[in-house]
Design a protein around this ligand. Structure first.
Ligand SMILES: *[C@@H]1O[C@H](CO)[C@@H](O)[C@H](O)[C@H]1NC(C)=O
Length: 252
């Protein structure tokens, strides 16, 4: 086979069947190139992925977007206790960036899921250690009361009670002035199907009475004074939350 090809190249090129094959190859290269360009553009962190992440904030991870909306109200409620904040939840880079823009607020983030296409500002937050990717089913790598306030969004909706039993007290452990929980509202069925493939488990939106019972079982106490303050601040600024928000006390 080899000798025949090498031995008679002119015959091959003269053959009509062979003539079409370079054209076909070029066509395939062009199509392949277009796919490659499309693929690279998608993951480039440019305009396309920015739109992607905005829709994530608005869609899949409703409550991480909600944390961003709630920052002014949280400021009014917690005041000085907002000086050292840990946010735990998907899209934490956006929440951390937004918190860092506040005066006298230092912020860190824990991203509970693998991040695929992150933009350059998120990459730099990760590089500087402001944001880390960590599985929240395991104890958080922080000492007790490392943060004045801990805010968790969406994440708890993906945990079964077995893991919640460990994760929730651990979030309380690393806070000194409180834990704020943003969790989905049971009637909000948005984007659950897409989430299953990514997180291996569908979000389960629990009712407010389910959560209250769960807090009691785990000896976690809601902060009634803060609840009241937050409600007043919300009313004043016409802020209507799209997630359930709970305020828990830190341990003493
Ligand atoms: C979670 O903890 C509570 C209180 O300690 C206990 O009653 C409950 O059975 C635990 N649930 C699971 C699924 O481990």
């Amino acid at each position: 086979m080899m000798p025949r090809r090498a031995g008679n190249p002119s015959r091959r090129f003269g053959d009509s069947k062979s003539k079409t094959s370079p054209v076909l190859s070029i066509g395939l290269i062009v199509v392949g190139g277009l796919f490659l360009i499309g693929y690279l553009y998608r993951g480039s962190g440019g305009h396309g992925s920015r739109i992607d992440s905005v829709s994530k904030v608005e869609g899949d991870y409703l409550c991480s977007g909600e944390v961003q909306r709630a920052i002014p109200t949280l400021q009014k409620t917690y005041g000085d206790s907002m000086h050292k904040v840990l946010h735990v939840g998907p899209d934490t880079c956006y929440v951390v960036s937004k918190l860092k823009r506040e005066d006298e607020t230092e912020a860190w983030g824990v991203e509970p899921y693998d991040i695929e296409d992150v933009d350059s500002s998120c990459k730099s937050l990760i590089r500087r250690g402001s944001v880390r990717v960590a599985d929240v089913k395991f104890p958080l790598p922080y000492r007790p009361k490392s943060f004045s306030l801990v805010i968790v969004s969406d994440t708890l909706d993906y945990l079964s009670p077995r893991y919640l039993n460990k994760t929730l007290p651990d979030l309380v452990r690393v806070s000194s002035d409180g834990l704020v929980i943003f969790t989905g509202i049971p009637t909000n069925q948005k984007a659950k199907v897409a989430d299953v493939s990514k997180f291996g488990r569908a979000a389960k939106m629990r009712s407010s009475s389910w959560w209250v019972k769960f807090f009691l079982q785990n000896n976690l106490e809601e902060n009634e004074a803060v609840n009241k303050k937050f409600e007043e601040a919300s009313t004043k600024s016409s802020y209507v939350p799209r997630c359930q928000i709970f305020h828990l006390k830190s341990l003493h």
